[in-house]
Design a binder for this molecule. Structure first.
Ligand SMILES: Nc1ncnc2c1ncn2[C@@H]1O[C@H](COP(=O)(O)OP(=O)(O)OP(=O)(O)O)[C@@H](O)[C@H]1O
Ligand SMILES: [Mg+2]
Length: 251
């Protein structure tokens, strides 16, 4: 699928210009990292991409058609994992949480059960079905949010700051999930400040500043510029980052 955000402008009632002519195009499958300083508009941009927020001007197109003309279909094809995984948990047990979407849509258990199992497996939560959501670790909650997002078999999954608050093992497990998805043909858009955790694997790095996309290129091409864009550059050169994939380093 092709998701296009064209020249989005969003000004809030208090005068804050959240988006100031942001344009971004993503074709799946691909792994895109979106970064930028706090308040640069990353979360807002992805809220527009899912139709959760409407721009003052500009357009959002899915395969060339306006998002709003087929919102329900677009929301099945594009899944969002919010910045705070707690906000997304709707079930008491892990399985109930993953089933929530299809059940709310009136689907029958025979129809959704195989997708629930597949989503748990893909998120590294096989066998977790009966566990209580409240008892999961931070990393497991993130992966539960991913499983719940995967149950609709989306073509693009958007993760907002997925590595926040995760330790090395938690982040490593999550990155492994993301890389498996990418390998299976799903598009992945990761919004993150933790570039060392995903840059070696991303096809593109997109950088936002003050509501605009200011860079969109291969990570290696932007490497030298990262500090001047206000982004922390992982230690060592890009070659080292690519060679010593963060996922396996220290494993
Ligand atoms: N409902 C709102 N009302 C007023 N301003 C808003 C609202 N939502 C977002 N903004 C503003 O829009 C700008 C972009 O916010 P956004 O949450 O997209 O930033 P971000 O890049 O995701 O930041 P962070 O890295 O801290 O998550 C900020 O200046 C923010 O204060
Ligand atoms: Mg944000």
């Amino acid at each position: 699928m092709k998701l296009e955000l064209r020249n989005l402008v969003k000004t809030f009632a208090d005068g804050t210009r959240g988006l100031d002519g942001a344009s971004l195009s993503i074709e799946t499958p691909s792994f895109v990292a979106l970064s930028g300083q706090n308040g640069s508009g990353k979360s807002l941009l992805i809220r527009h991409a899912l139709g959760l927020e409407e721009a003052d001007s500009g357009e959002v197109l899915v395969d060339g058609r306006p998002l709003h003309s087929r919102l329900a279909e677009a929301r099945r094809r594009i899944a969002l994992v919010f910045q705070e995984p707690e906000h997304q948990i709707l079930g008491v047990t892990v399985r109930e949480d993953v089933e929530f979407g299809p059940r709310a849509a009136g689907e029958r258990p025979e129809s959704y059960a195989p997708r629930v199992e597949a989503a748990l497996e893909a998120a590294g939560l096989a066998g977790y079905g009966p566990r209580l959501c409240a008892g999961l670790s931070g990393g497991e909650k993130r992966r539960l949010a991913v499983a719940s997002a995967l149950v609709s078999e989306p073509e693009l999954i958007v993760l907002d700051e997925p590595f926040n608050g995760l330790d090395w093992a938690g982040a490593s497990d999550l990155l492994a999930v993301v890389l498996r998805l990418r390998a299976s043909g799903v598009g992945v858009l990761v919004v993150t400040h933790d570039l060392e955790k995903c840059l070696a694997h991303a096809d593109r790095l997109v950088v936002m500043d003050a509501g605009r996309i200011v860079r969109d290129d291969a990570p290696a091409a932007l490497w030298e510029e990262l500090p001047s864009l206000g982004l922390r550059r992982p230690a060592g050169g890009y070659e080292r980052l690519a060679e010593m994939s963060w996922l396996t380093e220290g494993a």
